[in-house]
Each structure stands twice: as structure tokens, then as C-alpha cells.
Design a protein around this ligand. Structure first.
Ligand SMILES: Cc1cc2nc3c(=O)[nH]c(=O)nc-3n(C[C@H](O)[C@H](O)[C@H](O)COP(=O)(O)OP(=O)(O)OC[C@H]3O[C@@H](n4cnc5c(N)ncnc54)[C@H](O)[C@@H]3O)c2cc1C
Length: 421
């Protein structure tokens, strides 16, 4: 591509699930387009996740409408590699025009003509429209409180693959969303002494009354919630499909041998301090869990469904010692902690997209993915249109909307008045 100039109507950047969904809808609407991916299709699922990860949702749910995981039972949880293979097969199914190994380095709006000039690692492209499908989780975030002490091994959950990569000794896992709880569990089962720092979280039941929580969120309209409840922006969700799928239960983790601690506050001279919020965070997680059971019971009663009762789902283990008498300060060396895993989430990176559509915090300004810079679109972002937006099933619907907008814009531009016809 280096010496030739490519012109295309729509350029999609990124070939994860968002880019693949975008390409499918653009193809269906006859929009000429090209997808550029710096690595491989669904790279995040190949190398950006730990070895044992399985999808958080069962395969009947965590998929696109056009293709089932035919080799798996509907209630199974696909391995990360199987998910990657799924998107590769999906792209092949409709011959998605994807070029891999091409990095999009810079996008600028043309000043003297419509469209955008795109600099890539393989030449320059002119496009009328650009869709950023570069993912909700681009840059691992480690908070500034991380100790500068080089004797401790520190990695982000994005760099965690398996227990063998860590040095001998105990581990502090910071963050108890889906990644943190699963990694802490795996490390404890591998024989490590694990401390898990638990902040605010939701923890839906894995399943209740013979229905997975993905089903409950669907029928209760919770995947479709359009706005995050104010003040809950930092509330992570702790779910897991590991070992056939079980409800995340912090008291159960403690019983197993994981030491729970509150939110990690600071590191000073080898001593880490934790907030005194552990019991409160666990209780709030319980309340979230129980509220879903209540909503499910009410739904069953209202609709007269014949689903078996499950009173034992309301049984809670007693609070473990680490919750009733929480550790607020810990000397890392004395505790034998030699590594820290930061399961503290990700940020976006749009440094390559040099157009006027970001607010003062660098967040994209858009409505359901249609940016206020004409011709620029986003897909795959959390809460792009609803709670489900950054998940496998949700992005497909957002991509459909964005592709529809692009097709409509093309129709306007194709209009010719009588003197032009
Ligand atoms: C640990 C973990 C587990 C998850 N499990 C589930 C789950 O079970 N079910 C579920 O529904 N969701 C899950 N998610 C959420 C979500 O489905 C994934 O994050 C998914 O990878 C997002 O897909 P995406 O296409 O939006 O972004 P990505 O998969 O991140 O794809 C973006 C692509 O863009 C490419 N790219 C970025 N910048 C450029 C550039 N400048 N030029 C060219 N290419 C570029 C990247 O290489 C990447 O391949 C999980 C997320 C995490 C972190």
C-alpha cells in the first residue's frame, strides 16, 4: 500500500468484535469499506487475556445473531481462544474486507475537501468516514499509588497469563471485578498466599432458578439500561464463567484461603494501607445480589413462569475473620508478598484520532456512536447506547445503528437536484 493511495468510503479501525460487527452491517447496506487491524482479528481475546479465561456469558448469549458456537452446548462458556476463532470465522463468513498488521497512526479531517486523510503503517488512505472500533479497553491503567519499589513484581491484569509467571511468594491482587476475582481464585488454587483488595462491586448470581444472569438481565431490561446510575461509575461487576460458571462469593473465597482487604489506599516504605470499607463493600455487593433475586422472583410471579424455587440462593456464609477484623496495614515483606497484580481496569487511547470530538477529559462526544464531528463514529465503548454496548451481544446492535446512520448520510449526499440529474 505504501506508494499507492487508497480511497474508500468508510474506514473502520480495529478488527475486534466491534470492527467485525461494523463490517457485517456495512456490507449488508452496500457501503464500500475497509477494516484495518494492527495485529490480528480479535487480538485482545488471543493475547490480552489470561490463559484460562473463558467468556463471562454462556455461548447462547455471548455471540452475534448470525452464527452459533455449534461445537459447544448452549450453556457452556467458550474459552478465550474459542472466542477469537469465532470472530475469525464470523469475518470469513461474509468475507469481511479486513487487512491485518496495519496500524492506523493518524486521522485528520481534510481542510479543503470532504473526508479524512489517514496515515497508516502501510501508506495513506482517503476516507469519507472513520469508525473507531479500537475497543473499550485499550490502555491498562495502574493507579499512581503503585509503589516505585523495584523489588516487587508488578503487572496489570492484561499482562497476567498464569500463576507460573509470578515469582515465589504471596500476591496482592488489587481490584475485585471479574478479572481480579478470577485471577485471585486461580492463584490461590495454585497454592499461593493471596490478598484480594475489594472495592465497590456488583455481583449478580451466576444463575438463579435455572436461568443464567445474562438471561435475567435481558428479560428484566437491565442490559438495555441507557444511563449508568449517577455515582456508580466506579462500581465494577464481578462475574465468572470459570469451572462451569459459579456465583462470585467473597466469603467463599475467604473460606478457600484468600485474605480479603478493603480498597488499596497507599504504599509507603514497603507498607500498604487499606481503607476500612471492606465490610461495607461486601454488604453492598450482597444487596445488589439479593436485589436481582427479588426482581427475578417478582418477574416469575408476575408472568406465572414455572421455574423451580431456589431458597438456598439466599443463604450467605458467615463473615470471615478478615471481614469482621479487617487488615488496614500490611508490611509487604513481612507478609511475604512478592508481586502485585493490578486488576484496575483500562482507559481509551484516541491519540491517533486527531479530530474535534473529545471533551476536556478526552472522552468521545457522541450520540449512540455518532460523533458530533460529522463522519466520525465510535462503536464498542461502554454505555455507548446502553449497558450491553461493550459486550459481545451489545456491540452488534450498536454497530447496526451506526452503519444505518452511515448509509442514510450517503443517501443524502447522493441526492441530485433537477439541474444535476
Ligand atoms: C478480561 C476480559 C474479559 C471479558 N470477557 C467478556 C465476555 O465474556 N463477554 C463479553 O461480552 N465481553 C467480555 N469482555 C468485554 C469485551 O467483550 C472485550 O473487551 C472485547 O475485546 C471488546 O471488543 P472490541 O472489538 O470493542 O475491542 P478489542 O477487542 O479491544 O478490539 C479492538 C482492536 O483494535 C485494534 N486497534 C487498536 N488501535 C488500533 C489502531 N490505531 N490501528 C489499527 N488497529 C487498532 C486492536 O489491535 C484490537 O484488535 C471482556 C473484557 C475483558 C478485559
Amino acid at each position: 500500500m505504501n506508494d499507492k493511495k487508497i480511497e474508500i468510503d468508510t474506514l473502520v479501525v480495529g478488527a475486534g468484535q466491534a470492527g467485525v460487527a461494523m463490517s457485517e452491517h456495512l456490507s449488508k447496506l452496500g457501503v464500500p469499506h475497509l477494516v484495518l487491524e494492527r495485529n490480528r482479528i480479535a487480538e485482545a481475546w488471543r493475547t490480552g487475556r489470561w490463559d484460562s479465561l473463558v467468556a463471562n456469558g454462556p455461548v447462547w448469549h455471548d455471540r452475534f445473531p448470525g452464527l452459533a458456537f455449534e461445537d459447544l452446548e448452549p450453556d457452556a462458556f467458550a474459552s478465550k481462544d474459542r472466542v477469537a476463532a469465532y470472530f475469525e470465522a464470523y469475518a470469513e463468513k461474509f468475507e469481511a474486507p479486513i487487512r491485518t498488521g496495519v496500524d492506523v497512526k493518524k486521522v485528520v479531517r481534510n481542510s479543503d475537501r470532504p473526508g479524512f486523510t489517514i496515515e497508516t503503517s502501510d501508506g495513506v488512505i482517503q476516507a469519507n468516514r472513520v469508525v473507531a472500533a479500537t475497543g473499550p479497553f485499550q490502555r491498562p491503567v495502574i493507579p499512581p499509588i503503585a509503589p516505585k519499589d523495584s523489588t516487587i513484581t508488578q503487572i496489570h491484569s492484561a499482562q497476567y497469563y498464569n500463576p507460573q509467571q509470578l515469582p515465589e511468594g504471596g500476591v496482592l491482587v488489587v481490584g475485585a471485578g471479574s478479572s481480579g476475582v478470577q485471577i485471585a481464585d486461580e492463584l490461590q488454587r495454585a497454592g499461593k498466599q493471596v490478598y484480594l483488595s475489594v472495592g465497590q462491586h456488583d455481583r449478580p448470581p451466576r444463575a438463579y432458578r435455572n436461568r443464567d444472569f445474562c438471561w435475567w438481565l435481558g428479560v428484566l431490561g437491565l442490559w438495555d439500561a441507557e444511563v449508568m446510575e449517577p455515582g456508580r461509575e466506579h462500581v465494577t461487576i464481578a462475574v465468572s464463567g470459570a469451572r462451569g460458571g459459579q456465583t462470585v462469593d467473597f466469603r467463599g473465597l475467604a473460606k478457600q484461603g484468600v485474605t480479603l482487604v478493603g480498597l488499596t489506599q497507599s504504599f509507603n516504605d514497603g507498607v500498604v494501607t487499606f481503607q476500612q470499607d471492606l465490610a461495607r463493600n461486601i454488604a453492598a455487593g450482597d444487596a445488589n445480589y439479593l436485589s436481582l433475586l427479588d426482581a427475578a422472583d417478582a418477574y416469575i410471579a408476575r408472568n406465572g413462569l414455572d421455574l423451580p424455587e431456589e431458597p438456598e440462593a439466599r443463604f450467605m456464609l458467615p463473615d470471615p475473620e478478615c471481614v469482621t477484623n479487617p487488615i488496614l496495614e500490611l508490611d509487604l515483606a513481612e507478609a511475604g508478598i512478592t508481586s502485585i497484580i493490578w486488576a484496575t481496569g483500562y482507559a481509551v487511547d484516541y491519540s491517533w484520532l486527531q479530530v474535534d470530538t473529545f471533551d476536556e477529559k478526552g472522552k468521545p462526544r457522541h450520540q449512540r456512536g455518532v460523533s458530533n464531528e460529522p463522519g466520525v463514529y465510535f462503536v464498542g465503548l461502554p454505555w455507548l447506547s446502553r449497558r450491553g454496548s461493550s459486550f459481545i451481544w451489545g456491540v452488534w446492535h450498536d454497530a447496526k445503528h451506526v452503519a444505518g446512520h452511515i448509509a442514510t448520510q450517503r443517501q443524502y449526499l447522493e441526492y441530485r437536484d433537477p439541474s444535476q440529474r
